[in-house]
Ligand binder design. Structure first.
Ligand SMILES: *[C@@H]1O[C@H](CO)[C@@H](O)[C@H](O)[C@H]1NC(C)=O
Ligand SMILES: *[C@@H]1O[C@H](CO)[C@@H](O)[C@H](O)[C@H]1NC(C)=O
Ligand SMILES: *[C@@H]1O[C@H](CO)[C@@H](O)[C@H](O)[C@H]1NC(C)=O
Ligand SMILES: *[C@@H]1O[C@H](CO)[C@@H](O)[C@H](O)[C@H]1NC(C)=O
Ligand SMILES: *[C@@H]1O[C@H](CO)[C@@H](O)[C@H](O)[C@H]1NC(C)=O
Ligand SMILES: *[C@@H]1O[C@H](CO)[C@@H](O)[C@H](O)[C@H]1NC(C)=O
Length: 218
């Protein structure tokens, strides 16, 4: 009698822990309530080391964008002091409302210290959100961990910028992983590809992307 009560208690505690955990990482459709913005080639602005042809740092094949860059590559424009990058900057620019970037990403083991997607622009600073891969972890800028074990597999990224509410949210594989205040409104846009972090960057950096979409809340 006493023993079965004991087991019941353990079961209940386990159930509560399970439900709590399931709630925290519940699977949702991050695009619910949003409308898709139709993109074509005119929405893509390519950035790559200024002295290197695009086809030596980027290839689009079978629906997959593959971007790569080396730590000793030149910046995207002559005279810029920024780290090397091969990125697509997406139009439209936005200044208000609630916007969302979605894509399937693949980062090979070995790429580290690379921003793979960002919200450029802010009232304070140059950027609102940089999602970087360090040693298979995704971090918000340099330190805050968003998710782990991301090397060598496709994962879905949904990056929501609620300009009106001043908030940024990150979903990985349809699970909410991160939420933070933004840096105020500005001239804003999404970018994806590879962009070297200030420190701790691998010599070779690569990301692949497919099914890239932009949405806006109606
Ligand atoms: C591509 O998109 C732009 C901006 O949305 C639009 O003005 C243009 O007509 C589109 N071009 C084609 C070929 O669909
Ligand atoms: C092309 O892409 C499709 C859809 O992602 C995939 O199933 C297929 O294996 C790819 N083919 C090659 C040759 O990579
Ligand atoms: C987007 O913003 C950039 C400034 O960063 C500007 O040069 C460009 O003309 C803008 N494009 C559109 C279509 O508004
Ligand atoms: C990445 O590669 C390193 C070196 O080859 C290896 O030790 C490590 O286990 C790999 N990590 C993953 C997640 O595959
Ligand atoms: C913002 O961008 C400018 C131009 O690229 C650069 O000079 C400046 O250092 C950047 N500021 C920060 C905080 O990164
Ligand atoms: C960079 O590497 C150093 C030495 O391993 C470490 O102390 C530091 O935390 C790393 N920085 C980031 C942003 O990972």
């Amino acid at each position: 009698m006493k023993a079965s009560y004991h087991y019941m208690l353990i079961f209940l505690v386990a159930l509560i822990l399970f439900l709590n955990d399931a709630h925290m990482v519940s699977v949702v459709d991050p695009t619910y309530g949003f409308v898709q913005i139709v993109l074509n080639e005119s929405n893509f602005v390519y950035q790559k080391p200024y002295d290197t042809p695009l086809d030596q740092r980027y290839i689009y094949k079978n629906g997959t964008h593959r971007f790569w860059v080396y730590a000793d590559d030149k910046p995207f424009s002559l005279g810029s002091n920024t780290q090397p990058r091969t990125e697509i900057r997406l139009l439209p620019n936005y200044t208000s409302g609630v916007w969302q970037f979605e894509g399937l990403a693949f980062v090979p083991n070995g790429t580290s210290g690379a921003t793979i997607v960002q919200v450029h622009g802010a009232a304070h600073g140059n950027t609102t959100a940089l999602l970087r891969i360090y040693n298979g972890e995704m971090r918000f800028y340099s330190t805050q961990v968003i998710d782990v074990d991301l090397y060598d597999r496709w994962f879905k990224v949904n990056l929501i910028h609620d300009v009106d509410g001043g908030q940024v949210m990150v979903f990985i594989d349809n699970k909410e992983r991160f939420k933070i205040h933004d840096q105020g409104p500005g001239l804003l846009y999404f970018k994806f590809g590879v962009y070297g972090a200030p420190t701790n960057i691998s010599y070779y950096m690569e990301s692949r992307w497919k099914d890239v979409k932009i949405y806006k809340r109606c």
